[in-house]
Design a protein around this ligand. Structure first.
Ligand SMILES: Cc1ncc(COP(=O)(O)O)c(C=O)c1O
Length: 370
């Protein structure tokens, strides 16, 4: 079944950088081309017709997040969602990991500068992420929210969302950046109050796609500080008066998005739903396991959690005594695309990644002569 999934993509065998960018499917490319072509021939129904893709994308994202359309809104990226969440909290401390991706830092720094919510930094153990124990130890009465990545961008560490919910209790908000796991890891999204994801990585929808799923509690307590003209009631009535923010997740809309990227997003989400997250996750886990074995066999030191239950699709490693840039050069020479960092390398395969990728990584690491 997953071989027919792979047939939807033209991605080279050695492409192992899905944690940075997920090359879109042929379906998403075709949907984009069709929508853009239709927009060039615009008639009186064209814009409304194209905008139907937004409904399809939103509804599919909602189903995959285990919620419904009322609680789901399309966004242009994950960061916009994190800014909405941050600006929606009027005051208090928010627990955020110092090791998290900076997209989860700046919104909280900005709100602090405005005298609203303030970040309180967590320092996870190396290789681990934000655990329920770490959060429990940092909880005080001032803490109103916790903002975490579902899957750590550096190590692939998978957060225990249900455990985090249990620790924070029903009154504090649990904000989750799902971009490194949504669509490839079955996680307890229902435990979060805010789930945000961009579609350009694991969902393989291309840039300028994404969504947020909000709980009833999030809709109730987050102030609609960034709500724009498309996020209010009676959107089409231009009467010069202030309209109340929409009661549902649409209150996170600042303006219209692109129906062209929505078409790509709808196609990408449809593919995930058709093949199922469970099947995609299993295929990714198998490849991560194979790559782990290859890296270790060639003297690499794995920085990601070793237990499959604690990790998702990201494998970080170093080769002791060899600069990451040198390892990268060897990988590039075998047609492998890793993420290269100053201190490590990261491999992130998808369900379409063939076994050949492991052979290429083995050949590259073997050539280092260790
Ligand atoms: C964990 C994490 N959050 C957010 C982002 C940025 O997402 P966006 O560009 O959709 O805001 C990235 C990567 O670019 C990431 O790894």
């Amino acid at each position: 079944m997953l071989s027919s999934y792979a047939a939807h993509f033209d991605t080279p065998a050695g492409y192992l950088d899905f944690a940075r960018f997920g090359p879109p499917s042929r379906d998403a490319v075709a949907a984009t081309a069709r929508a853009l072509e239709a927009s060039a021939l615009a008639g009186h129904t064209t814009v409304d017709d194209l905008m139907r893709a937004e409904v399809t994308a939103r509804d599919t994202a909602a189903r995959l997040a285990g919620t419904d359309a009322r609680h789901t809104v399309l966004l242009p990226n994950a960061s916009t969602g994190l800014f909405h969440a941050a600006f929606g909290i009027p005051e208090g401390a928010v627990l955020v990991s110092r090791t998290d991706f900076p997209a989860n830092h700046y919104p909280w720094r900005r709100t602090a500068e405005l005298g609203r919510a303030t970040p309180r930094w967590l320092d996870p153990e190396p290789g681990a992420g934000v655990t329920p124990g770490l959060v429990r130890a940092a909880l005080t009465d001032e803490v109103v929210a916790v903002s975490v990545s579902a899957v750590d961008f550096r190590t692939g560490f998978r957060a225990d969302l249900a455990g985090l919910r249990e620790v924070v209790g029903p009154d504090r908000l649990l904000v989750v950046d799902a971009i490194q796991g949504f669509g490839v890891a079955e996680m307890d999204w229902g435990a979060a109050d805010v789930v945000v994801a961009g579609g350009q990585k694991w969902l393989r929808a291309g840039w300028a796609t994404g969504f947020a799923a909000l709980s009833d509690r999030a809709l109730e307590v987050l102030q609609p500080v960034l709500t724009g003209w498309t996020g209010v009631e009676e959107v089409g009535v231009f009467d010069g008066s202030e309209h109340p923010a929409a009661a549902d997740a649409r209150q996170w809309s600042i303006t219209n998005l692109s129906p062209v990227t929505a078409a790509a997003f709808a196609a990408a989400l449809g593919l995930v739903e058709r093949y199922t997250v469970a099947a995609i996750e299993e295929a990714v886990a198998r490849t991560v396991e194979e790559l782990t074995e290859v890296v270790q066999r060639h003297g690499g030191q794995v920085l990601s959690p070793v237990s499959p239950a604690q990790r998702a699709g990201i494998l970080s490693f170093t080769v002791p005594g060899v600069e990451p840039g040198v390892v990268a050069k060897a990988l590039h020479g075998e047609g492998v695309t890793p993420t290269v960092r100053a201190d490590s390398l990261r491999l992130s395969p998808h369900a379409s990644t063939p076994a050949e990728a492991g052979e290429r990584v083995a050949a590259a690491l073997g050539s280092l002569g260790r």
